[in-house]
Write a new protein. Structure first.
Length: 443
Protein backbone atom coordinates (compact mmCIF):
# COMPACT_ATOMS: atom_id res chain seq x y z
CA UNK A 1 0.00 0.00 0.00
CA UNK A 2 1.27 3.45 -0.91
CA UNK A 3 1.88 5.40 2.33
CA UNK A 4 0.69 8.53 0.59
CA UNK A 5 -2.50 7.00 -0.77
CA UNK A 6 -5.11 8.40 1.61
CA UNK A 7 -8.25 7.82 -0.47
CA UNK A 8 -9.45 4.94 1.70
CA UNK A 9 -8.24 6.36 5.01
CA UNK A 10 -10.72 8.01 7.36
CA UNK A 11 -10.11 11.58 8.37
CA UNK A 12 -8.93 11.82 11.97
CA UNK A 13 -11.56 12.74 14.51
CA UNK A 14 -11.41 16.23 16.03
CA UNK A 15 -10.38 16.30 19.71
CA UNK A 16 -13.04 15.27 22.21
CA UNK A 17 -13.25 18.85 23.55
CA UNK A 18 -14.19 20.09 20.08
CA UNK A 19 -16.65 17.29 19.41
CA UNK A 20 -18.43 17.90 22.73
CA UNK A 21 -18.73 21.65 22.26
CA UNK A 22 -22.32 22.58 23.31
CA UNK A 23 -24.65 23.50 20.46
CA UNK A 24 -27.31 25.23 22.56
CA UNK A 25 -27.75 26.82 25.97
CA UNK A 26 -29.51 23.63 27.12
CA UNK A 27 -26.27 21.70 26.62
CA UNK A 28 -24.13 24.46 28.13
CA UNK A 29 -22.82 23.98 31.69
CA UNK A 30 -22.06 26.91 33.96
CA UNK A 31 -22.29 30.71 33.66
CA UNK A 32 -25.84 30.71 35.04
CA UNK A 33 -25.54 34.45 35.69
CA UNK A 34 -25.45 34.94 31.91
CA UNK A 35 -27.40 32.05 30.39
CA UNK A 36 -30.11 31.43 32.99
CA UNK A 37 -33.75 32.32 32.20
CA UNK A 38 -34.20 36.07 32.02
CA UNK A 39 -30.48 36.77 31.96
CA UNK A 40 -28.59 38.58 29.22
CA UNK A 41 -27.59 35.78 26.84
CA UNK A 42 -30.83 33.84 27.04
CA UNK A 43 -32.64 37.08 26.21
CA UNK A 44 -30.60 38.14 23.18
CA UNK A 45 -30.92 34.73 21.51
CA UNK A 46 -34.41 35.76 20.48
CA UNK A 47 -33.18 39.08 19.11
CA UNK A 48 -32.52 39.83 15.46
CA UNK A 49 -29.76 42.24 16.40
CA UNK A 50 -27.24 40.70 18.83
CA UNK A 51 -24.80 43.32 20.17
CA UNK A 52 -21.03 43.31 19.88
CA UNK A 53 -19.63 41.51 22.92
CA UNK A 54 -16.29 41.04 24.66
CA UNK A 55 -16.19 37.75 26.58
CA UNK A 56 -13.72 38.02 29.45
CA UNK A 57 -12.92 34.87 31.35
CA UNK A 58 -10.40 32.11 32.06
CA UNK A 59 -9.51 29.37 29.55
CA UNK A 60 -12.17 26.70 29.00
CA UNK A 61 -15.02 28.72 30.50
CA UNK A 62 -17.11 28.82 27.31
CA UNK A 63 -16.22 32.08 25.52
CA UNK A 64 -16.00 30.64 21.99
CA UNK A 65 -18.90 28.27 22.57
CA UNK A 66 -21.26 31.05 23.62
CA UNK A 67 -20.35 33.12 20.57
CA UNK A 68 -21.10 30.13 18.31
CA UNK A 69 -24.43 29.50 20.06
CA UNK A 70 -25.42 33.15 19.56
CA UNK A 71 -24.50 32.98 15.86
CA UNK A 72 -26.53 29.82 15.33
CA UNK A 73 -29.57 31.06 17.24
CA UNK A 74 -29.64 34.45 15.49
CA UNK A 75 -28.86 32.93 12.05
CA UNK A 76 -25.69 34.96 11.62
CA UNK A 77 -22.70 33.83 9.60
CA UNK A 78 -19.89 32.96 12.03
CA UNK A 79 -16.24 33.71 11.24
CA UNK A 80 -13.57 32.51 13.68
CA UNK A 81 -10.53 34.75 13.70
CA UNK A 82 -7.34 34.27 15.71
CA UNK A 83 -5.51 37.41 16.77
CA UNK A 84 -2.37 35.28 17.13
CA UNK A 85 -2.34 34.03 13.53
CA UNK A 86 -3.80 36.95 11.55
CA UNK A 87 -3.62 40.70 11.26
CA UNK A 88 -5.25 43.78 9.75
CA UNK A 89 -4.94 42.47 6.17
CA UNK A 90 -7.06 39.45 7.04
CA UNK A 91 -9.53 41.67 8.92
CA UNK A 92 -10.10 43.72 5.75
CA UNK A 93 -10.75 40.52 3.76
CA UNK A 94 -13.30 39.28 6.31
CA UNK A 95 -15.01 42.68 6.39
CA UNK A 96 -15.18 42.77 2.59
CA UNK A 97 -16.83 39.35 2.48
CA UNK A 98 -19.23 40.39 5.26
CA UNK A 99 -20.27 43.48 3.30
CA UNK A 100 -21.00 41.40 0.18
CA UNK A 101 -22.89 38.80 2.23
CA UNK A 102 -25.03 41.47 3.86
CA UNK A 103 -25.98 43.02 0.49
CA UNK A 104 -26.53 39.81 -1.48
CA UNK A 105 -28.01 37.53 1.17
CA UNK A 106 -29.14 39.94 3.84
CA UNK A 107 -27.16 37.84 6.32
CA UNK A 108 -25.18 39.44 9.12
CA UNK A 109 -21.68 38.30 10.11
CA UNK A 110 -20.40 37.68 13.60
CA UNK A 111 -16.64 38.10 13.56
CA UNK A 112 -15.29 36.24 16.57
CA UNK A 113 -11.75 37.32 17.49
CA UNK A 114 -10.03 34.86 19.79
CA UNK A 115 -7.45 36.42 22.12
CA UNK A 116 -8.39 39.92 21.02
CA UNK A 117 -5.93 41.33 23.57
CA UNK A 118 -3.13 40.16 21.27
CA UNK A 119 -4.06 42.94 18.84
CA UNK A 120 -2.35 46.24 19.57
CA UNK A 121 -4.32 49.49 19.81
CA UNK A 122 -3.94 50.48 16.15
CA UNK A 123 -4.98 46.99 15.00
CA UNK A 124 -8.06 47.15 17.20
CA UNK A 125 -8.95 50.48 15.59
CA UNK A 126 -9.44 48.62 12.30
CA UNK A 127 -12.68 47.14 13.67
CA UNK A 128 -14.27 50.45 14.71
CA UNK A 129 -15.85 51.77 11.47
CA UNK A 130 -17.21 48.34 10.54
CA UNK A 131 -18.78 47.80 13.96
CA UNK A 132 -20.32 51.27 13.81
CA UNK A 133 -21.87 50.83 10.34
CA UNK A 134 -23.16 47.34 11.17
CA UNK A 135 -21.04 45.47 8.63
CA UNK A 136 -19.87 43.11 11.35
CA UNK A 137 -20.97 42.17 14.85
CA UNK A 138 -17.72 41.91 16.79
CA UNK A 139 -17.33 39.27 19.46
CA UNK A 140 -13.97 38.98 21.14
CA UNK A 141 -12.56 36.60 23.70
CA UNK A 142 -9.88 37.51 26.18
CA UNK A 143 -8.38 36.06 29.33
CA UNK A 144 -7.05 39.52 30.25
CA UNK A 145 -8.83 42.46 31.82
CA UNK A 146 -10.34 44.31 28.83
CA UNK A 147 -10.04 47.60 30.70
CA UNK A 148 -6.30 47.35 30.08
CA UNK A 149 -6.12 45.31 26.89
CA UNK A 150 -8.94 46.66 24.69
CA UNK A 151 -8.87 50.30 23.63
CA UNK A 152 -11.56 52.58 25.01
CA UNK A 153 -13.39 53.44 21.74
CA UNK A 154 -13.83 49.78 20.86
CA UNK A 155 -14.72 48.82 24.43
CA UNK A 156 -17.43 51.48 24.55
CA UNK A 157 -19.14 49.86 21.55
CA UNK A 158 -19.18 46.39 23.09
CA UNK A 159 -20.95 44.75 26.00
CA UNK A 160 -18.41 43.13 28.35
CA UNK A 161 -19.53 39.77 29.74
CA UNK A 162 -17.49 38.28 32.58
CA UNK A 163 -17.25 34.49 32.63
CA UNK A 164 -16.27 32.63 35.78
CA UNK A 165 -14.20 29.43 36.08
CA UNK A 166 -16.50 26.44 35.93
CA UNK A 167 -17.13 24.71 39.23
CA UNK A 168 -16.08 21.12 39.84
CA UNK A 169 -19.76 20.10 39.60
CA UNK A 170 -19.99 21.70 36.16
CA UNK A 171 -16.86 19.85 35.03
CA UNK A 172 -18.14 16.53 36.36
CA UNK A 173 -21.37 17.04 34.42
CA UNK A 174 -19.38 17.76 31.22
CA UNK A 175 -17.27 14.63 31.71
CA UNK A 176 -20.39 12.53 32.29
CA UNK A 177 -21.92 13.88 29.08
CA UNK A 178 -18.76 12.98 27.14
CA UNK A 179 -18.71 9.45 28.56
CA UNK A 180 -22.41 8.92 27.78
CA UNK A 181 -22.72 10.50 24.31
CA UNK A 182 -22.41 7.75 21.65
CA UNK A 183 -22.22 10.10 18.67
CA UNK A 184 -19.84 12.88 19.66
CA UNK A 185 -18.37 11.49 22.85
CA UNK A 186 -17.07 8.17 24.17
CA UNK A 187 -20.44 6.51 24.67
CA UNK A 188 -19.74 3.69 22.20
CA UNK A 189 -16.88 2.54 24.40
CA UNK A 190 -17.54 0.61 27.58
CA UNK A 191 -15.54 2.63 30.10
CA UNK A 192 -15.65 1.57 33.73
CA UNK A 193 -14.94 4.46 36.12
CA UNK A 194 -15.81 5.74 39.58
CA UNK A 195 -17.49 9.04 40.53
CA UNK A 196 -14.46 9.81 42.71
CA UNK A 197 -12.21 9.61 39.66
CA UNK A 198 -14.33 12.11 37.73
CA UNK A 199 -14.23 14.41 40.76
CA UNK A 200 -10.44 14.18 40.86
CA UNK A 201 -10.24 15.05 37.16
CA UNK A 202 -12.59 17.99 37.70
CA UNK A 203 -10.46 19.28 40.57
CA UNK A 204 -7.33 18.95 38.45
CA UNK A 205 -8.86 20.95 35.58
CA UNK A 206 -9.35 24.03 37.82
CA UNK A 207 -12.49 25.25 36.06
CA UNK A 208 -11.27 24.58 32.49
CA UNK A 209 -13.69 22.33 30.57
CA UNK A 210 -11.34 21.92 27.62
CA UNK A 211 -8.54 20.84 29.93
CA UNK A 212 -10.81 18.28 31.62
CA UNK A 213 -11.99 16.76 28.32
CA UNK A 214 -8.43 16.59 26.98
CA UNK A 215 -7.41 14.80 30.17
CA UNK A 216 -10.30 12.33 29.87
CA UNK A 217 -9.50 11.58 26.24
CA UNK A 218 -5.81 11.05 26.97
CA UNK A 219 -6.51 8.88 30.02
CA UNK A 220 -8.98 6.67 28.12
CA UNK A 221 -6.43 6.19 25.32
CA UNK A 222 -4.02 4.76 27.92
CA UNK A 223 -6.56 2.20 29.17
CA UNK A 224 -6.00 -1.34 27.88
CA UNK A 225 -9.16 -2.91 26.47
CA UNK A 226 -10.14 -6.21 28.04
CA UNK A 227 -13.12 -8.13 26.67
CA UNK A 228 -14.52 -5.00 25.07
CA UNK A 229 -14.28 -2.92 28.23
CA UNK A 230 -11.81 -0.33 29.48
CA UNK A 231 -11.14 0.17 33.20
CA UNK A 232 -10.25 3.80 33.81
CA UNK A 233 -8.21 4.12 37.00
CA UNK A 234 -6.22 6.75 38.84
CA UNK A 235 -3.06 5.37 37.25
CA UNK A 236 -4.12 6.37 33.73
CA UNK A 237 -5.43 9.74 34.89
CA UNK A 238 -2.19 10.57 36.68
CA UNK A 239 -0.13 9.45 33.71
CA UNK A 240 -2.19 11.60 31.35
CA UNK A 241 -2.13 14.61 33.65
CA UNK A 242 1.63 14.63 34.28
CA UNK A 243 2.61 17.78 36.20
CA UNK A 244 0.05 20.50 36.77
CA UNK A 245 0.95 23.79 35.11
CA UNK A 246 0.23 26.67 37.47
CA UNK A 247 -1.76 29.60 36.12
CA UNK A 248 0.61 32.53 36.41
CA UNK A 249 1.45 34.95 33.63
CA UNK A 250 4.33 37.17 34.65
CA UNK A 251 3.26 39.93 32.28
CA UNK A 252 -0.50 39.86 32.91
CA UNK A 253 -3.16 40.39 35.54
CA UNK A 254 -2.61 37.12 37.44
CA UNK A 255 0.93 38.25 38.20
CA UNK A 256 -0.42 41.28 40.05
CA UNK A 257 -3.22 39.31 41.70
CA UNK A 258 -0.85 36.81 43.29
CA UNK A 259 1.81 39.27 44.42
CA UNK A 260 -1.02 41.37 45.89
CA UNK A 261 -2.34 38.33 47.76
CA UNK A 262 1.20 37.58 49.01
CA UNK A 263 1.71 41.11 50.39
CA UNK A 264 -1.75 41.28 51.95
CA UNK A 265 -1.30 37.86 53.59
CA UNK A 266 1.88 39.07 55.30
CA UNK A 267 0.17 42.33 56.25
CA UNK A 268 -2.68 40.49 58.00
CA UNK A 269 -0.15 38.21 59.79
CA UNK A 270 -1.18 34.98 58.00
CA UNK A 271 2.06 33.01 57.44
CA UNK A 272 0.22 30.05 55.88
CA UNK A 273 -1.33 32.15 53.13
CA UNK A 274 1.92 34.07 52.65
CA UNK A 275 4.04 30.98 52.11
CA UNK A 276 1.37 29.48 49.84
CA UNK A 277 1.43 32.49 47.51
CA UNK A 278 5.22 32.53 47.70
CA UNK A 279 5.22 28.91 46.51
CA UNK A 280 2.66 29.70 43.79
CA UNK A 281 4.97 32.36 42.38
CA UNK A 282 8.22 30.42 42.66
CA UNK A 283 6.80 27.16 41.25
CA UNK A 284 5.30 29.07 38.30
CA UNK A 285 8.61 30.71 37.42
CA UNK A 286 8.40 34.19 38.94
CA UNK A 287 11.72 36.01 39.34
CA UNK A 288 12.72 35.27 42.99
CA UNK A 289 14.58 38.57 43.23
CA UNK A 290 11.35 40.42 42.43
CA UNK A 291 9.72 38.67 45.39
CA UNK A 292 12.72 39.39 47.64
CA UNK A 293 12.66 43.09 46.73
CA UNK A 294 8.95 43.26 47.53
CA UNK A 295 9.68 41.78 50.98
CA UNK A 296 12.35 44.44 51.61
CA UNK A 297 9.80 47.13 50.82
CA UNK A 298 7.18 45.38 52.97
CA UNK A 299 9.55 45.22 55.94
CA UNK A 300 9.77 49.02 56.02
CA UNK A 301 6.27 49.90 54.84
CA UNK A 302 4.20 47.52 56.97
CA UNK A 303 6.47 46.59 59.91
CA UNK A 304 8.86 49.50 60.27
CA UNK A 305 9.98 50.21 63.82
CA UNK A 306 7.51 47.77 65.34
CA UNK A 307 10.26 45.21 64.66
CA UNK A 308 13.53 46.88 63.61
CA UNK A 309 14.99 43.46 62.75
CA UNK A 310 12.49 42.94 59.93
CA UNK A 311 14.32 45.12 57.41
CA UNK A 312 17.80 43.61 58.04
CA UNK A 313 16.30 40.13 57.78
CA UNK A 314 14.54 40.93 54.49
CA UNK A 315 17.76 42.41 53.08
CA UNK A 316 19.65 39.34 54.31
CA UNK A 317 17.17 37.09 52.46
CA UNK A 318 17.71 39.13 49.29
CA UNK A 319 21.50 38.82 49.65
CA UNK A 320 21.22 35.14 50.54
CA UNK A 321 19.34 34.42 47.34
CA UNK A 322 22.00 36.31 45.39
CA UNK A 323 24.62 34.04 46.96
CA UNK A 324 22.74 30.73 46.79
CA UNK A 325 20.42 30.98 43.79
CA UNK A 326 18.10 28.15 42.82
CA UNK A 327 17.16 25.45 43.62
CA UNK A 328 17.81 26.10 47.35
CA UNK A 329 17.16 29.85 47.27
CA UNK A 330 13.52 29.38 48.22
CA UNK A 331 14.64 28.46 51.75
CA UNK A 332 15.75 31.95 52.92
CA UNK A 333 12.79 33.47 51.06
CA UNK A 334 10.39 31.22 52.95
CA UNK A 335 12.07 32.09 56.25
CA UNK A 336 11.76 35.80 55.51
CA UNK A 337 8.12 35.53 54.40
CA UNK A 338 7.05 33.68 57.55
CA UNK A 339 9.04 36.05 59.79
CA UNK A 340 7.54 39.15 58.16
CA UNK A 341 4.05 37.66 58.34
CA UNK A 342 4.30 37.01 62.08
CA UNK A 343 6.15 40.22 63.03
CA UNK A 344 4.25 43.07 64.79
CA UNK A 345 2.97 45.56 62.24
CA UNK A 346 3.17 49.34 61.97
CA UNK A 347 2.98 51.66 59.00
CA UNK A 348 3.77 54.72 61.14
CA UNK A 349 7.12 55.42 59.42
CA UNK A 350 5.49 55.00 56.01
CA UNK A 351 2.64 57.34 56.92
CA UNK A 352 5.05 59.85 58.48
CA UNK A 353 6.77 60.31 55.14
CA UNK A 354 3.45 60.55 53.26
CA UNK A 355 2.29 63.33 55.63
CA UNK A 356 5.62 65.14 55.44
CA UNK A 357 5.65 64.91 51.64
CA UNK A 358 2.15 66.35 51.51
CA UNK A 359 3.24 69.26 53.74
CA UNK A 360 6.31 69.86 51.59
CA UNK A 361 4.19 70.04 48.40
CA UNK A 362 1.39 72.13 49.87
CA UNK A 363 3.49 74.60 51.90
CA UNK A 364 6.23 75.10 49.31
CA UNK A 365 9.89 75.84 50.02
CA UNK A 366 9.66 77.08 53.60
CA UNK A 367 12.90 78.63 54.91
CA UNK A 368 15.07 76.53 57.18
CA UNK A 369 15.42 78.19 60.65
CA UNK A 370 18.61 80.25 60.83
CA UNK A 371 20.04 78.31 63.78
CA UNK A 372 19.97 75.10 61.69
CA UNK A 373 21.73 76.51 58.65
CA UNK A 374 25.31 75.65 57.81
CA UNK A 375 27.76 78.58 57.91
CA UNK A 376 30.94 77.65 56.01
CA UNK A 377 31.74 81.27 54.93
CA UNK A 378 32.18 84.60 56.75
CA UNK A 379 29.23 86.12 54.87
CA UNK A 380 26.93 83.36 56.07
CA UNK A 381 28.07 83.89 59.65
CA UNK A 382 27.41 87.61 59.29
CA UNK A 383 23.90 86.73 58.09
CA UNK A 384 23.42 84.77 61.35
CA UNK A 385 23.55 81.34 59.72
CA UNK A 386 23.92 78.84 62.55
CA UNK A 387 23.67 81.51 65.25
CA UNK A 388 22.42 80.36 68.66
CA UNK A 389 22.40 76.71 67.61
CA UNK A 390 22.10 74.60 70.76
CA UNK A 391 24.28 71.50 70.62
CA UNK A 392 22.18 68.59 72.02
CA UNK A 393 25.18 66.92 73.65
CA UNK A 394 25.63 69.97 75.86
CA UNK A 395 22.27 69.20 77.53
CA UNK A 396 21.16 66.45 79.92
CA UNK A 397 19.63 63.54 78.01
CA UNK A 398 20.97 65.11 74.76
CA UNK A 399 17.72 67.07 74.42
CA UNK A 400 17.88 70.73 73.39
CA UNK A 401 14.72 72.82 73.72
CA UNK A 402 15.01 74.39 70.27
CA UNK A 403 12.52 73.69 67.49
CA UNK A 404 13.66 72.30 64.16
CA UNK A 405 10.68 72.55 61.82
CA UNK A 406 10.18 75.69 59.70
CA UNK A 407 8.26 78.35 61.62
CA UNK A 408 4.98 77.74 59.75
CA UNK A 409 5.07 74.05 60.62
CA UNK A 410 5.80 74.33 64.33
CA UNK A 411 3.66 71.88 66.28
CA UNK A 412 2.91 69.57 63.34
CA UNK A 413 3.32 65.82 63.90
CA UNK A 414 4.16 63.33 61.16
CA UNK A 415 5.55 60.30 62.95
CA UNK A 416 3.03 58.82 65.38
CA UNK A 417 4.37 55.50 66.75
CA UNK A 418 1.84 52.77 67.47
CA UNK A 419 1.50 50.44 70.45
CA UNK A 420 2.75 47.52 68.32
CA UNK A 421 5.97 45.66 69.17
CA UNK A 422 9.14 47.69 69.66
CA UNK A 423 7.34 50.82 68.52
CA UNK A 424 5.54 50.94 71.85
CA UNK A 425 8.90 51.69 73.50
CA UNK A 426 9.66 54.29 70.83
CA UNK A 427 6.32 55.96 71.52
CA UNK A 428 7.01 56.11 75.25
CA UNK A 429 10.50 57.56 74.68
CA UNK A 430 9.20 60.10 72.15
CA UNK A 431 6.53 61.27 74.61
CA UNK A 432 9.22 61.69 77.27
CA UNK A 433 11.41 63.69 74.82
CA UNK A 434 8.54 65.98 73.88
CA UNK A 435 7.62 66.54 77.54
CA UNK A 436 11.22 67.37 78.49
CA UNK A 437 11.44 69.87 75.61
CA UNK A 438 8.31 71.61 76.85
CA UNK A 439 9.73 71.90 80.37
CA UNK A 440 13.08 73.19 79.12
CA UNK A 441 11.37 75.83 76.97
CA UNK A 442 9.46 77.05 80.03
CA UNK A 443 12.65 77.16 82.07
Amino acid sequence: MDLFDTKDQKAPLPPLAERMRPRSLEEFAGQEHLVGPGHFLSTILGSDHPPSIIFWGPPGSGKTTLARIIAQATKCHFVFFSAVLAGVKEVREVVGEARVRKKSEGKRTILFVDEIHRFNRSQQDAFLPHVEDGTIILMGATTENPSFEVNAPLLSRCRVLILKPLTADHIVRILQQALADPERGLGKMKIDHTPELLQEMADWAEGDARCALNLLEAAVSLCPEEKGERHLTEKEVREAAQNRLLLFDKDREEHYNIISAFIKSMRVSDPDAAVYYLARMLEAGEDPLFIARRMVIFASEDIGNADPQALPLAVAALNAFHAVGLPEGWIPLSQAATYLATAPKSNASYMAYKKAAKAAKERGSLPVPLHLRNAPTRLMKELNYGKDYQYPHDFPDQIAPQGYLPEKLVGERYYEPTESGHEKQIKERLEQIREKKKRKKKD
